[in-house]
Design a protein around this ligand. Structure first.
Ligand SMILES: [Zn+2]
Length: 506
């Protein structure tokens, strides 16, 4: 009888375990757009980037001001929060922009490299045993937005040596980085990261506007993805500037149009290989859907908000609260399973009501009520935004600026730009989307009613598990019954029942 109890216990355990989230779940941090300003001062004029020019005493918070870039204390606070919340991630993706939004007259090459190097060393000191994969931002060059189209610019050697990227990258990846600020390396067998330098495609870079393929990055990207496919590998792509249009600024496309088209074609062609895409640059919290030529969703581009709270110089864009993002991903194929957005409520802190506790702003799956973060689910989410008075769109808008109050509120034109930017990566399709009247007149099914919430699923698993247990018991009782009849032993249900009641099932 003891064997029977063990059998039932093992069967039940195996069944219950098989219905739990898969064991391939891993975690990684994305941190982006620190924009560390060594000249930040609590005495500085917020309208002059909080630099102390001795024209008054402004009493800025030691942790930052919405009109200014990050003081060192804010950066330390952000990384301390990362360490506290998840001290042992599989790796960290650092998606660029360490240099403040100040004029070229205030900066020079040495200051730019020192800034990046300070962050490199700081991240390593906080996470000494965790792989950190960096990419450069458009501000991480001197002057900003001036990456050259030629191969093997000496700047990349400077970044490796003087900004300490050589301590983050292996010898092999550092060698690749010298070509044009891009590289690829295996995280584990079958899964690699591909760090790009999409600043080369950025429409503010006047050095690359006439180039066909700046620093050969697009060709390298195609070759790397072709090899990955042949080797049955999946790829996590990270870069600073994303393709597509800015959701907060009508018709602003980040790449030159020609590069945007080429880049999107590569993403489409290799959508089976690239399982996740991680970007920064916008300072806002958003995402993009990659579609195939028939309009079916193929991929999701995740755009994480910044650490710097800096109020954008683009009219109407505004500021954001400082933020960091923790992803859950499938360690085997690199797909994003979920993410949690953490932030520091700077307004509350400045008013003296808050503290430096970074808190959870939202959990993507739970707060958007989506079953997963697949391309299909994320497209459905964007489509649900179209509805009049969509509660999910209101949530998205709040998260878009990291819970920093938007002023003025988002009108119908703003909403069109927001939704069409998420749904369309190319200008022509964006224009079609943004001239469509469907956004304000159609009401797609409410995802709250269409999808099962995780808690509902849990009850279903419990019921199925109990059903399976009863079935197993039924079979066991049947077998025992048959055996006893064969041996002409009368079946005594009370004895069997007593044995079971002492088992571990309860
Ligand atoms: Zn930035």
């Amino acid at each position: 009888m003891n064997n029977l109890v063990v059998f039932v216990f093992i069967s039940t355990t195996v069944y219950i375990c098989s219905s739990r989230p898969n064991d391939n779940t891993g975690y990684f941090w994305q941190v982006t757009d620190f924009h560390y300003d060594a000249n930040y001062s609590i005495k500085g004029n917020p309208l002059k980037m909080c630099h102390d020019l001795s024209d008054g005493h402004y009493g800025n918070s030691i942790y930052g001001n919405y009109h200014c870039d990050s003081p060192w204390l804010l950066i330390q606070s952000a990384t301390a929060a990362m360490k506290r919340i998840q001290p042992d991630p599989d790796f960290i993706l650092w998606t660029g922009d360490s240099v403040p939004h100040v004029g070229n007259d205030i900066l020079d090459l040495q200051k730019v490299l020192t800034n990046i190097g300070n962050i490199s060393q700081h991240l390593q000191s906080v996470f000494p045993n965790i792989p950190i994969y960096p990419v450069l931002g458009n501000h991480d060059e001197y002057p900003a937005d001036s990456y050259p189209p030629e191969l093997n610019s000496s700047y990349y050697r400077e970044v490796l040596q003087r900004a300490h990227f050589d301590t983050l990258l292996t010898n092999d990846t550092a060698k690749q980085f010298l070509t044009g600020g891009y590289y690829t390396t295996l995280i584990r067998p079958g899964l690699r990261v591909m760090g790009l330098n999409t600043n080369l495609l950025y429409s503010q870079d006047k050095l690359t506007n006439s180039a066909v393929d700046p620093a050969n990055m697009l060709q390298w990207m195609t070759e790397t993805l072709t090899n990955a496919r042949q080797n049955k590998e999946k790829v996590i792509l990270l870069s600073h500037v994303p393709p597509g249009l800015f959701e907060k600024y009508s018709s602003l496309m980040w790449f030159y149009d020609k590069f945007n088209t080429q880049y999107v074609r590569i993403l489409q062609k290799f959508s089976d290989v690239i399982t996740s895409q991680i970007y920064g640059h916008e300072h806002t919290d958003s995402y993009r859907i990659l579609k195939d030529s028939n309009g079916s969703p193929q991929g999701v581009l995740f755009l994480a908000p910044a650490v710097t709270p800096w109020n954008s110089s683009l009219a109407g864009v505004g500021a954001n609260n400082p933020s960091i993002r923790l992803y859950a991903y499938n360690t085997q194929d690199g797909t994003i399973l979920n993410y949690k957005q953490y932030y520091l409520n700077l307004a509350s802190l400045i008013q003296g009501n808050g503290n430096t506790n970074w808190t959870l702003e939202y959990d993507a799956k739970t707060d958007y009520s989506i079953p997963d973060l697949s391309p299909k689910s994320m497209l459905n989410l964007a489509q649900s935004f179209k509805a009049d008075n969509s509660a999910l769109f209101s949530k998205y808008l709040t998260y878009n600026s990291v819970s920093q109050i938007r002023n003025p509120p988002c009108d119908s034109a703003c909403k069109l730009t927001q939704v069409c930017s998420i749904m369309e990566l190319e200008r022509e399709n964006f224009n079609l989307c943004s001239t469509s009247e469907s956004i304000t007149t159609t009401r797609p099914p409410d995802p709250h009613h269409r999808r099962r919430r995780p808690v509902d699923k849990m009850y279903i698993y419990i019921i199925i598990g109990l059903g399976a247990l009863v079935f197993i018991l039924f079979i066991i009782v049947g077998i025992i019954c048959i055996k006893r009849r064969r041996h002409f032993v009368p079946f005594r249900f009370s004895r069997f029942s007593n044995s079971l009641s002492s088992g571990p099932i309860n």
